[in-house]
Design a protein around this ligand. Structure first.
Ligand SMILES: Nc1ncnc2c1ncn2[C@@H]1O[C@H](COP(=O)(O)OP(=O)(O)OP(=O)(O)O)[C@@H](O)[C@H]1O
Ligand SMILES: Cc1cn([C@H]2C[C@H](O)[C@@H](COP(=O)(O)O)O2)c(=O)[nH]c1=O
Length: 272
């Protein structure tokens, strides 16, 4: 299921989807899983509930806001640069969305680099947000008044991200009524979002769902409008377990030929 940066088939909406044909051989590494969704939707809460009953605990990679004690290094420096430029904006918007997109992708590449030893050791890694957040948030920023253009840009940004690093094997999208997510985030952060910020969250929320629909092979969706927190946690746990049983070699997407980043097995590029 690893990323191949070549364009995939057209999905029904006329948007190219990112192909993840599992052509690599099976591997002993752990699966790389991301949890996505808008601010306050419950990604951290539900992931925590899901993994508390797993015997082999996954490594949980915190979302950005939770990285208060991150080790000094490039990842922290890049994130600090973005935060400084954003001057307190909760969505890290500093006014240059494409430059920010590339920096966000670099941070997510750095995240992958830091967890490679865990993956190689067979451990499951769960990223709190991955490159899908970059694609969705930056596309929503670039096209605030055109949802179709935002979708097209989000999918293109995912292709770009997939040339920097393999996409997650599995992406769990947590979705809900956008107002419920806003309200949870406000309560948690003891703040009131501006009308403009709420609108941005609503647009991002919708865009996550549309992007997920372009790649049903990679995405699983937890819709909190239809299931309670116990069912949601059970569902996430079950997907994590399934992902652990179908893991394939992880290649550098920008290398035509290359060894698996985890087990070292030599695999050929996919040209489809
Ligand atoms: N089912 C629930 N019951 C009680 N509290 C919940 C539930 N789901 C989420 N919350 C609370 O709502 C708030 C937002 O949830 P959470 O922090 O998990 O969202 P998130 O998607 O990780 O947000 P962010 O992207 O901003 O990190 C938290 O305070 C969390 O504890
Ligand atoms: C990874 C990533 C994050 N963001 C935004 C989304 C949130 O509003 C903030 C904080 O992220 P957290 O992981 O929920 O703490 O950053 C983004 O715009 N693009 C991204 O790639």
């Amino acid at each position: 299921m690893n990323a191949v940066p070549a364009p995939g088939p057209l999905c029904p909406e006329g948007i190219r989807h990112v192909s993840h044909t599992p052509t690599s051989p099976p591997c002993t590494r752990g699966p790389l899983i991301s949890v996505e969704g808008t601010t306050g939707v419950g990604k951290t809460y539900l992931t925590g509930r899901a993994v508390e009953r797993l015997h082999d605990k996954p490594l949980l990679l915190d979302g950005f806001a939770a990285r208060t004690n991150e080790r000094p290094g490039l990842g922290r420096a890049l994130l600090r640069g973005l935060c400084e430029a954003a001057q307190g904006d909760p969505f890290l918007r500093g006014g240059t969305p494409m430059a920010e997109a590339l920096l966000l992708m670099a941070i997510k590449r750095h995240d992958l680099d830091t967890v490679l030893p865990d993956l190689a050791g067979g451990r499951t890694v769960v990223e709190g947000r991955s490159v899908d957040s970059t694609a969705v948030c930056q596309a929503a920023l670039l096209h605030p008044n055109d949802q179709d253009a935002a979708l097209e840009t989000a999918v293109s940004l995912l292709h770009l991200a997939a040339s920097y690093r393999p996409l997650p094997d599995l992406t769990i999208l947590v979705t809900d009524d956008a107002r419920a997510a806003v309200s949870r985030a406000q309560q948690r952060d003891r703040c009131i979002f501006t009308a403009e910020q709420v609108l941005f969250m609503q647009q991002a929320s919708l865009l996550y769902e549309r992007v997920a629909a372009t790649d049903p092979g990679r995405y699983r969706i937890v819709d909190r409008r239809h299931i309670d927190e116990h069912e949601a946690a059970d569902q996430i746990r079950s997907w994590i377990r399934t992902a652990q049983t179908n893991v394939r070699c992880l290649r550098e997407p920008w290398q035509a030929m290359g060894a698996c980043m985890c087990c070292g097995h030599q695999t050929a590029a996919v040209t489809a």
